[in-house]
Design a binder for this molecule. Structure first.
Ligand code: DC
Length: 233
């Protein structure tokens, strides 16, 4: 990834929150309306996980990964076309990042210090370009502590489970399906908040937005109205 020095820097907006709180869809829409880039940091952790699984490196060896292993793993970011593309050996990654296997393994990879530090450099390089909406778990607290606007999205566990199922094309989820999904999300919340390195925390200087009873349009509009206060936008 190369960063052109003639690109004008602009604001950074961070959107953090627990699993299923709607961070990524909200950040994507916000970025599109502001003509900003969108960084889905979860996709970076997923890309490394996918690469490890594809290379056949077994989970018991992940704890011993070092920087140079990550340098050689083939994951990189492209910034062409105002979009942030995530590639493996030059090939863009899309649905590969959302498989059940990757989703199950990624919390382990995201808990590794070496992975978080390696990705920190990449994320901050993207941030140097400004005009960015970045979503994840530690965007406001660790990666972009100087961000211009920090949002922390929350929603009831049941609402998050329902949204996740709808996202996965379960049109009318039954109470049992919602309960099962809620358990999965609760476990992910625990893993994200209990890990040693960069656990999920609400940044002190963030605005907490409870989206349980907000429509998608309402939550995007609310954040947009906060973003309008940024003088540089
Ligand atoms: O948001 P997601 O489900 O795509 O995130 C995938 C995993 O990466 C999940 O276990 C949380 C973790 N993650 C993280 O630790 N820090 C981030 N900034 C983004 C995601």
């Amino acid at each position: 990834m190369s960063v052109d020095s003639d690109i004008v820097c602009g604001p950074i907006i961070t959107i953090d929150g627990p699993a299923g709180s709607g961070k990524t869809t909200t950040a994507k829409e916000l970025a599109s309306r502001l003509s900003f880039r969108h960084l889905d940091s979860g996709a970076l952790y997923r890309a490394i996980t996918y690469a490890l699984v594809k290379e056949g490196i077994p989970p018991e060896r992940w704890i011993s990964l070092v920087d140079t292993d990550l340098d050689n793993i083939g994951v990189n970011v492209s910034l062409e076309d105002a979009k942030i593309g995530i590639c493996l050996n030059g090939e863009p990654l899309f649905s590969e990042l959302r498989t059940t296997e990757v989703t199950e393994c990624v919390p382990v990879v995201a808990s590794l210090k070496v992975v978080r530090e390696w990705l920190l450099g990449i994320q901050r390089k993207i941030g140097m370009l400004g005009n960015l909406v970045a979503d994840g778990r530690d965007m406001g607290a660790v990666v972009f502590p100087e961000a211009d606007l920090k949002i922390f999205l929350v929603a009831d566990l049941e609402a998050r489970a329902r949204r996740r199922l709808l996202q996965n094309f379960v049109v009318s989820p039954s109470p049992e399906e919602i309960m099962t999904e809620a358990k999965i999300i609760k476990n992910r919340d625990f893993t994200d908040t209990a890990r040693e390195f960069s656990p999920l925390r609400r940044p002190k200087d963030s605005f907490e937005l409870d989206t349980t009873s907000l429509s998608f349009e309402e939550q995007v509009s609310l954040i947009l109205s906060m973003a309008e206060d940024l003088t540089t936008i």
